[in-house]
Design a protein around this ligand. Sequence first.
Ligand SMILES: [Zn+2]
Length: 189
Amino acid sequence: MQREQAKQELAGWLLKELDEQSRRERIAFWFFCGFSEADPQLAALPPALRIAVMRGVEPDDTADPCLDPLVHVSLVEDLYGVTNTYLVQALNQRGIAVAQIEGNPEPMFACPCCGYFSLSSSASYEICSVCFWEDDGVRDEHTVSGPNQATLATARQNLAEFGACDLASVDRVDRQARERYRAPEAPVD
Ligand SMILES: [Zn+2]
């Protein structure tokens, strides 16, 4: 199966599995932030939905199935950079027999704290979903990172102790993120 098709199919399943609150948050995000007019994802939406998003008027009923394409777009985006191994496993778990994915994962950068390839860019204040470190470009272990208010040495110690770069982020890390991204020592798939 082609990687793009695998992402689309898995997103279709995730859409059905999504809880009400996550669905509402994703829809609210689109209506709040909108799309850039040049965004190809916008052009792919049904016309009525495209107009509604451009107007930015948030719908009252977020359970309305006509909003599904919008949620689907955000779920496909979440699969950016995930390993092909993860796609195979996730599809197999849902009864779709896939042995191999054709096409390489999008290029990802290693998080300076946990080492997982979880970042779509480097040193651009992206937050790692595995450990919640914000990558401000600090690489020296003993330099205090402004946004993280800690050194990498401390953050790594915290990660080993309680599974996040600091205590405040324990509930915010995505527990499944480790399955999605390439581990520090894992080969490219
Ligand atoms: Zn990390």
